[in-house]
Design a protein around this ligand. Sequence first.
Ligand SMILES: [Zn+2]
Length: 256
Amino acid sequence: MLVDAHCHLGDAAFDPDRAAVLARARAAGVGHIVVIGATLPETERAVALAGACPGLSATAGVHPHEARHWSPAAAARLKDLLTLPEVVALGETGLDYHYDHSPREAQRHAFEAQLALAAEVRKPVVVHAREADDDMAAMLRDAGTTVVLHSFSSGPGVFEAGMAIAAYFSFSGLITFKNWRMTDRLTACPPDRLLVETDGPYLAPVPHRGKRNEPAFVRAVAEALAGARGESIDRIGQRTTDNARRLFGPRLATTL
Ligand SMILES: [Zn+2]
């Protein structure tokens, strides 16, 4: 069995055929999908999907792109949503200095507030990190809760900070691309901290590159990880599923 630890299943890209997407996931051996909330409206959709379908869990958070909209009202709504049993983590939150869709100061403020909120509600936090390595590494070291570094592709500073706080490393279709240069990360990551994800509808892995990404394709990510580590796909499936259950909790044992 495989767990897709990060998919934007509430995205409009899945509106025409979400049931078929779930059927293909099931057929590919995907037992559970963590449906990401990266804005308050996306979080509400993730919660509705998870509430209606076993085998789905939700996260609740505000993405760094949206950090300029962070407010006391947003924080209060997020806190309410985080008490729901189908919401297994806060996120995605973090820092993105590549696009800078929100001012960096606003990104740091919203990220810090969400780290504190996750610690308060005792749920893990799903982190997006792009081209913000120094600030990210410093803020991770002070995180008071379990961290998932999603679609991991950061430099050595963030890797070391993640290792120091025993973060989980979630790998996406990026590791199947020809230009992936960090095979050593795939082997250096402790076996009990590995996860696989699609980040659908974005970042479809080879051989699906350029198409809409969907949970069934997490198998291609798991195969690339297995190949890099010299382990069987079954072993990687078991490890990453065990890790997702330990991290996100017993709800991850329900299947599609
Ligand atoms: Zn995402």
